[in-house]
Design a binder for this molecule. Structure first.
Ligand code: ADP
Ligand code: MG
Length: 733
């Protein structure tokens, strides 16, 4: 009996935090984690000053998921983007107007506004030996101010000073402290990216405590290398970034980040090497189908397979028939017909007496695949089951039983397929449809999964140039669908400045009149204060003024069932316009949708724009993609939009993307707002990646089982970056 449980525990959390629950069971492998790291994996609530609300807000900010509540460690990777320097401490007479200053003063008098003029500010007059400054407060809480600034007392105040004629003022000082409590005013104050419900003060306070919990860890990098780079130790690097003390620290911030990037890349490269090693040692099984079911499926198709599809099917089936374990990538542009290829492969597995699983990255995609596969598979009598996180109760029990007893030939689902209670009678082939969502680690983690040789086929719409393949995936075999089904018309693509949104709305109006439908994509707002869903919500409200209740909205914060209801209504044609954020199911198939509007197109990566565009042009109508951009465009953004207008070929686009952005981002999920890495940035850190790779090689030559001091240190690094599954492979073998 083969259990899906062997698949659990892949170190994939970081790559799809926002979209989906992690397949990693809670608390995986905590028993093996060095105890000194536990305080870092404690809940955020453990920190002083963090209550339920703040925990939730910080969780959102640092990328927690529903099944993975925010932990202290998440804060470590949430770096400040700048530092406020309060070290200028002049006498009042020497204050330069407009500067941020910290002053030692004596409180002289309070001046409340006359009761009739409630809007006038409350003022507190302060002096030192050289001059006077007025502290200005609007909407003041008098009692608070009287307590903070008692007349006759000495205080330290910090804030921006401004001269108005002869008067010097400071409106709402950032800090006020008694002279005896110098420490209360941080002279170098980190500035963090914020989110809803989180103040600078709160993040600072929490981050400080988080850093304080980091133990002194033995060095896992090569000492000579660290010395040559002049890098700080791991803990010190975090201190430099989160709690800079002086100019030396500030100057070292770049090196500190590089060091941590190297640590993260080391952990990823090490995990990759360990899993590959393990995969090589596992044997596979030979799965040979009869071709019977496949012929029935083919016979029922209203079209013929493209040459590329035929080639891919043949390659996959011959891989499956070989006694080694298959790990093959099926690469094909959007619309190239990967689903059918996957189905024919799965039919082969079933013919050989096994079962097949297809895992989709999202609920909606899983349901869509289920529908397609069940319909096409019906011709061959294939019994197809659906299993997602949403199935529950008796229905779920029945499905589980069918899977276990082999009454389900093919199981389509989400990560729910990885759950421990999912047991297959005989799983022979697993297809992972990733549509850009899963990161490199997921794929590699798969190598370590499976028992007795589950063959693995990974379908991806991201065309990946060969060189990148080798560096990032290792020796994965590839089948390429480089030919689209006949009769596809290229999507007409236009780029427009956002000022011309009215033209776009008119185009939408015409489209709706013609009976076709429109996707309207708003990007995630990455920065500070705006909640990700806001842009989409506002746009939907705006479009409703024009098109009333024909407008639907989906975004990542909605409940799954609500989201599905909207998606289904759109797919059924009950809605004319679907406004969404990109976290939403870009892979969903609605042939009647002929217009794709992408707002802030300049913020998207080229490959992602291409993906989104691929959502239209699947039906008979001429499709249009309208790229709305906010000028002025950077050179790269302009080149991206141009490339998109110039070609419809995913491989050409991938090459252009590579040229424009370097390799990392094509593979990393960054472009979908999905932090593949927490610290490292590719391609900027590619030289660090090289270094990390060399270090891993050295380490594994010297200490293949990670038993010596440096090996043990490296294990800690794996835990810190949550590559726990890789550690299991060391133990296994
Ligand atoms: P992908 O997953 O690669 O984006 P799909 O598998 O969803 O593409 O296929 C896109 C559409 O093309 C589907 O409607 C499918 O039925 C259709 N299709 C697949 N193969 C062919 C073919 N050989 N000829 C015509 N249409 C095809
Ligand atoms: Mg598909």
């Amino acid at each position: 009996m083969r259990r899906a449980r062997f698949w659990a525990g892949c170190p994939v959390r970081p790559t799809f935090r926002k979209q989906m629950p992690s397949p990693l069971p809670k608390g995986a492998d905590v028993k093996m984690r060095p105890a000194s790291l536990n305080p870092l994996f404690a809940s955020l609530r453990d920190l002083n000053g963090v209550g339920e609300r703040l925990e939730e807000a910080l969780g959102r900010l640092t990328g927690a998921t529903p099944d993975q509540p925010p932990r202290v460690i998440n804060l470590l990777w949430h770096f400040p983007t700048g530092v406020i320097d309060r070290r200028e401490r002049p006498a009042i007479a020497d204050v330069v107007s407009g500067n941020l200053v910290t002053l030692n003063v004596v409180v002289k008098a309070h001046r409340a506004p006359p009761p009739s003029v409630t809007r006038a500010p409350y003022k507190v007059i302060c002096e030192d030996d050289t001059g006077r400054i007025e502290l200005v407060f609007f909407h003041a809480d008098r009692r608070y101010l009287q307590r903070m600034l008692p007349v006759g007392e000495r205080r330290i105040i910090s804030g921006r000073a401004q001269a108005y004629g002869k008067h010097l003022q400071m409106t709402h000082p950032d800090h006020i402290a008694p002279e005896s409590d110098q420490e209360a005013i941080p002279l170098l104050e980190p500035v963090y990216p914020l989110g809803q419900g989180v103040s600078q003060r709160a993040v600072r306070n929490a981050a400080r405590q988080a850093v304080a919990r980091v133990p002194d860890l033995p060095e896992w990098l090569d000492r000579d290398f660290v010395a040559a780079q002049d890098w700080p130790a791991f803990r010190r690097a975090l201190e430099i970034l989160h709690m800079p003390r002086d100019d030396i620290d500030m100057a070292a911030a770049g090196k500190a980040r590089k060091r941590l990037a190297c640590d993260e890349l080391l952990s990823s490269q090490l995990a990759l090497a360990l899993m590959r090693r393990r995969f090589r040692r596992l044997s596979g099984r030979a799965t040979t189908g009869t071709g019977e079911r496949a012929s029935q499926i083919r016979a029922a198709l209203p079209f013929k397979l493209t040459g590329a599809q035929e080639r891919a099917v043949a390659e996959i089936l011959s891989d499956m028939a070989a006694p080694h374990r298959m790990l093959r990538l099926l690469q094909g542009d959007v619309g190239s017909g990967k689903t059918l290829v996957a189905l024919l492969a799965m039919a082969g597995a079933v013919e050989a007496g096994g079962q097949a699983a297809l895992m989709a990255p999202t609920e909606v995609l899983a349901r869509q695949h289920y529908k397609t596969i069940a319909e096409m598979g019906a011709a061959a009598g294939l019994r197809v089951a659906l299993l997602t996180g949403r199935e529950s109760g008796p229905g779920r029990e029945t499905t589980l039983k069918a899977i276990k007893q082999g009454q389900a030939d093919i199981v389509v689902g989400t990560h729910a397929l990885f759950q421990a209670d999912v047991e297959f009678r005989d799983l022979a082939l697993a297809v992972i449809d990733e549509q850009h969502r899963f990161g490199v680690y997921q794929r590699l983690a798969l190598q370590a999964k499976g028992n007795g040789g589950v063959d693995i086929l990974v379908a991806t719409a991201t065309p990946i140039p060969r060189t990148l393949m080798m560096t990032h995936y290792g020796d994965m075999d590839v089948s390429v669908l480089d030919e689209k089904p006949p009769g596809r018309k290229p999507v007409t693509t236009r780029a427009l400045p956002v000022e011309r949104i009215h033209d776009v709305i008119e185009a939408v109006r015409r489209t709706l009149k013609s009976g076709a439908q429109v996707f309207w994509v708003c990007p995630l707002v990455e920065s500070s204060d705006v909640a990700p869903a806001t842009a989409a919500e506002e746009r939907a409200a705006h479009l409703r003024q024009h098109f009333g209740d024909q407008v639907g909205l989906v975004h990542g914060r909605m409940k799954g069932a609500d989201r599905d209801a909207v998606m289904n209504a759109f797919a059924a044609g009950e809605l004319g316009v679907l406004v969404s954020t990109t976290v939403i199911e870009v892979g969903v198939d609605v042939p009647n949708a002929s217009v794709m509007v992408i707002e802030h197109a300049e913020r998207f990566g080229l490959a992602q724009l291409h993906q989104l565009r691929g959502r239209v042009g699947r039906g008979a109508a001429q499709a249009t993609c309208l790229l709305l951009y906010q000028g002025p465009l950077s050179e790269t953004a302009e080149a991206r939009l141009k490339a998109l207008r110039d070609t419809d070929d995913g491989f050409k686009i991938a090459e252009e993307d590579l040229r424009l952005r370097g390799g990392g981002e094509i593979l990393g999920a960054k472009q979908s707002g999905d932090p593949g890495f927490r610290v490292a940035r590719l391609p900027e850190d590619s030289e660090v990646l090289e270094a990390a790779r060399d270090q891993v090689k050295l380490l594994l030559e010297r200490d293949p089982r990670l038993e010596g001091p440096q090996g043990a240190a490296a294990r800690a690094c794996l835990y810190l970056f949550e590559r726990d599954a890789a550690i299991r492979t060391v133990r296994a073998g």
